[in-house]
Design a protein around this ligand. Structure first.
Ligand SMILES: [Zn+2]
Length: 268
């Protein structure tokens, strides 16, 4: 495995703020050999000092341990700092072969070791772990606290890692919020025979994409398939195709595109 130059993009997929620390793409103790796990830390830095006062230490190291110490930093605000793309010295000796320096990614979250965790920071922590799991094909069970894979470490303090992993797993699974689907469908119009509007084109496009438009349907149409797809009219031929789709999907064959048929057409 080379230097992990995709890490900033992975971080941005959380939807939260990301800072790329200058030089991160070539920073590391050589390239990262593999990614089998993720290790969560707290910095044990100062209680104050801004969002991420431990940046210099995590990037450059401290007496007796050269930097970089971890791939990511996590500020109190939830901002993600991308610090290194190569191997980092964040967990040795490890009790897990999937969480040593050569096989895992480290995240150092700013916290002095006793102060409460801001909600925004914890939410970003969970989202970052979930996106890393997605990127590297890992289950949530591979996300570990440093204290779970190193008997001499206490960090990160006070986080229930089973709860933490359950939240990571829910994001990986990507269960859509039911209200999200409902909101989309709620805003779609009912389409029926005689309608003439642009939403009819959406119905045509979806039917075609789902394989429910045989060549015979557009054989006699000007410009063939292209002309058929552009038509904004809901005619009897289209209603018959809708019925065929509804039959195949186990829906009521009423020929109306409404709250039951739209989700199947759109696959939401
Ligand atoms: Zn640690």
């Amino acid at each position: 495995m080379p230097f992990l130059t995709q890490l900033a993009d992975v971080a941005r997929r959380t939807g939260g703020p990301v800072t790329e620390v200058a030089g991160w793409k070539t920073r590391g103790h050589g390239p990262q050999p593999e990614v089998q796990g993720i290790v969560c830390h707290h910095t044990a830095g100062p209680a104050g000092g801004g969002d991420y006062p431990s940046l210099a230490v995590v990037r450059d190291g401290r007496p007796g341990l050269d930097g970089p110490l971890s791939h990511f930093g996590l500020g109190r605000s939830g901002r993600i700092y991308v610090i290194a793309a190569g191997r980092c010295w964040h967990n040795a000796p490890s009790t897990s072969p999937r969480h040593d320096n050569s096989s895992s990614i480290g995240i150092e979250a700013e916290n002095n070791g006793v102060q409460p965790w801001p909600t925004a920071q914890i939410e970003a922590y969970i989202r970052l772990c979930a996106e890393l799991c997605r990127e590297f094909g890992l289950p949530a069970s591979r996300v570990k606290a440093h204290r779970e894979v190193n008997t001499a470490k206490p960090d990160p303090h006070s986080l229930d890692m089973n709860d933490f992993r359950a939240s990571v797993a829910a994001i990986i699974k990507g269960d859509p919020d039911p209200s999200w689907t409902e909101n989309i469908v709620k805003n779609l119009p009912l389409i029926r025979l005689g309608d003439d509007n642009f939403d009819v084109k959406t119905v045509r496009g979806c039917l075609f994409a789902r394989g429910h438009v045989p060549p015979a349907a557009y054989a006699g149409v000007q410009d063939g398939l292209e002309g058929w797809l552009k038509s904004t009219r809901c005619d009897t031929a289209l209603v018959e195709l809708v019925r065929g789709f509804q039959r195949a999907e186990g829906l009521d064959e009423d020929g109306f595109v409404g709250p039951k048929t739209w989700p199947s057409l759109l696959r939401v």
